[in-house]
Ligand binder design. Structure first.
Ligand code: SF4
Length: 338
């Protein structure tokens, strides 16, 4: 990994349910959703870290907590040596120019009453990055053309564009302030497959041209396998495996990663061929399982897994996983699959 641009330490984001006065007086316990729970990760400058997991596992909440769009409950975020979690509102506003997000749903994320010029020009105005309206328009025009739209489309509204074009507008809005770090929150999953490849290609080109660093969130392993340098696998708010993308996808060590890989047999023919069906739904983060949170769905679970939380540990160069049965799980899964 290159020198770290972003460091996340022990980051948690909890949501607390409200209780009526009567519930409080009668001792009804407060409900807590641990959407992100003690996450540690580092992203190198110029790197793409893929973040993968099922819907509802906390990926998007983690991305938003890193940008403080959702205020973290605890933990520290350091960006380019600055403790982002300690910044006040004004300093955070300045920092936001350097840390941006591309949303999943390009239609919902665009204000239908604003033209393209107004939407993409807003970050320039917010951060005082243009001396006058003519310069705003000139910069917006250049950015819009760079993402593959035409300058004569600046005065149109979001409903006048296709889904792919709207996502290009979302990308232009994120990049026009010349940021360094982008949270790409499932930026292609709402698009047709034929458009997905075009948007991924554009994001990779822009990353190289502008020297960007991405946290790329997806539930699609094939997308992550194509573009990421490293990958983190998330389950019920926690990172259960992380490492170089080739290592994790060709030799996944956590049973959850192995079950995700079972659904995409064509990524790498050299990998183990364990076929592990993921049974059941993701448990509710309101009432997560004890011990290893994956034990209710894990084909290798033993009694210890129900009571003891496994620690994340090294399983190869830069490759880490958290499971009580790391030493044996690959061969056991292959046995179960045969
Ligand atoms: Fe499965 Fe136990 Fe490993 Fe958790 S600790 S992944 S339940 S074997």
């Amino acid at each position: 990994m290159t020198s770290p641009l972003l460091k996340v330490e022990n980051l948690s984001k909890y949501y607390y349910g409200s209780r009526s006065l009567a519930e409080r007086l009668t001792g009804v316990p407060e409900t807590v959703v641990r959407a992100v729970n003690h996450v540690d990760l580092t992203i190198g400058r110029g790197e793409i870290l893929g973040l993968i997991g099922e819907s509802g596992c906390g990926k998007s909440t983690l991305g938003r907590a890193i940008l403080r769009l959702h205020e973290p409950t605890s933990g520290r975020i350091t960006f380019d040596g600055v403790d982002v979690t300690a910044l006040g509102p004004e300093a955070m506003k300045t920092m936001r120019r350097r840390m941006q997000i591309i949303f999943q749903d390009p239609y919902a994320s665009l204000n239908p009453r604003r033209t393209v010029a107004e939407t993409v020009g807003l970050p320039l105005k917010l951060h005082n990055l243009a001396a006058n309206p003519e310069e705003v328009r000139s910069k917006v025009s250049a950015m819009i053309e760079r993402v593959g739209l035409k300058a004569n489309q600046l005065d149109r509204y979001p409903h006048q564009f296709s889904g792919g074009q709207r996502q290009r507008i979302g990308i232009a809005r994120a990049l026009v302030s010349n940021p360094e770090f982008i949270v790409c929150d499932e930026p292609v999953s709402a698009l047709d497959v034929s458009i997905q490849a075009q948007i991924i290609k554009l994001l990779l080109e822009l990353k190289n041209e502008m020297g960007l660093t991405y946290l790329f969130i997806s539930h699609d392993i094939s997308v992550i396998g194509y573009l990421a340098d490293r990958v983190a696998v998330m389950y019920l708010g926690e990172i259960v495996e992380m490492g170089p993308v080739d290592s994790v996808l060709s030799r996944p060590r956590h049973p959850y990663t192995q079950s995700l890989m079972s659904a995409v047999p064509d990524i790498d023919d050299s990998g183990p061929k364990a076929r592990v069906r993921l049974v059941g739904d993701l448990p509710s983060p309101l009432n997560p399982p004890s011990g290893c949170k994956f034990h209710t769905r894990c084909p290798l679970a033993v009694e210890k897994c129900k009571i003891s939380v496994p620690q994340i540990e090294s399983v190869g160069t830069g490759h880490m996983a958290s499971c009580h049965r790391l030493g044996e799980n690959l061969s056991l899964l292959e046995e179960k699959a045969s």
